[in-house]
Design a protein around this ligand. Structure first.
Ligand SMILES: Nc1ncnc2c1ncn2[C@@H]1O[C@H](COP(=O)(O)OP(=O)(O)OP(=O)(O)O)[C@@H](O)[C@H]1O
Ligand SMILES: [Mg+2]
Length: 287
């Protein structure tokens, strides 16, 4: 049982079981899931918008009335600080989950956004890659640990580190799908072959149901030919898997983490926040 969440009175009973109309929960409307969908946000390239997407997609889905867990699987712990959580002890982080197979529920804490919970990371998680190497079933730890909490949420979003090591593999094995952010910059598609090979291998050996949720174009600037070219190339490569919603380069998105808030809470009217709400709408519509 989830200690922190249960203590705060929002346990499994708070889960929605029927679609409800728009209202106090904003523009997205509410769609109910019977089972929590686990999405790994992954790309081994650094700085492409993984964490920004985890935090703001999560906050947008939560704003629509659904329950969301953000699981920070990156030793940089940017998703943790991005929702204003600091001073976490390694014992209360995702580190013992990965390395010792501890359950997720006891480390879950609430954030300042309603219905948005967090399983935080600390820098100690960096040691997990090495510590896992000799362990049997090392790719399955997160999957087993999540089993007991995933159905308390409509969505679980996993923030992966910029590598294809055991942390990302654990995320892909635990996930129903992978969402790939692509920064609209030079070399955006470089290295994607490795990521897609990894997805294929995980599918063959460990998680046959792993799907590609979608490809998200981030830091898009419509004034630049380069952004347009990357978008075109991504659509040629991934076809309908590329979301219609593109996330523009937006100063407010960059500012929000220093206030420990998702941009959809920090400045809900800015173009960055609206784009993440549109993305959430698109994902919820896809089911
Ligand atoms: N749409 C955007 N507009 C402006 N700045 C952005 C946008 N998206 C992300 N950023 C900024 O770009 C930087 C990298 O983003 P982010 O941390 O989300 O990438 P990441 O893929 O998680 O990086 P890492 O691989 O290091 O984990 C951050 O400073 C973030 O605030
Ligand atoms: Mg990150």
């Amino acid at each position: 049982m989830n200690r922190r969440v249960a203590a705060s009175g929002v346990g499994p009973t708070a889960r929605r079981t029927a679609a409800e109309p728009d209202g106090e929960h904003g523009v997205l409307g509410r769609v109910s899931r019977t089972m929590g969908r686990v999405i790994a946000i992954a790309n081994q390239k650094g700085g492409v918008g993984k964490t920004t997407t985890v935090v703001n997609l999560g906050a947008s889905i939560a704003k629509s009335g659904l329950r969301v867990l953000l699981l920070d699987l990156d030793p940089q712990s940017n998703a943790t600080s991005g929702v204003g959580v600091s001073g976490v002890s390694p014992d209360d982080s995702t580190y013992p989950i990965l390395v010792m197979g501890h359950p997720v529920a006891p480390i879950i804490r609430r954030t300042s956004c309603e219905r948005l919970d967090l399983a935080p990371a600390t820098p100690e998680l960096a040691a997990a890659e090495l510590e896992l190497v000799d362990q049997e079933g090392r790719e399955l730890h997160l999957r087993s640990a999540l089993e007991h909490v995933r159905n308390e949420y409509d969505y679980v979003l996993i923030d992966c580190p910029p590598s294809l090591g055991l942390l990302t593999i654990n995320a892909l094995v635990a996930a129903d799908s992978v969402l790939i952010p692509l920064q609209c910059e030079y070399y955006a598609l470089e290295g994607l072959g490795h990521l897609m090979d990894t997805v294929r291998r995980v599918r063959e050996r460990l998680n046959p149901c792993l799907d590609v949720e979608g490809v998200l174009l981030t830091m898009f600037d419509g004034r630049l030919n380069l952004s347009m070219q990357v978008a075109e190339e991504a659509r040629r490569h991934f076809g309908g898997k590329v979301y219609a919603t593109m996330i523009p380069r937006n100063v407010r998105i960059g500012e929000a983490p220093s206030f420990g808030r998702p941009v959809v809470a920090y400045d809900p009217a800015c173009v960055g926040a609206v784009s993440y709400e549109n993305l959430a709408r698109e994902i919820l519509a896809n089911g």
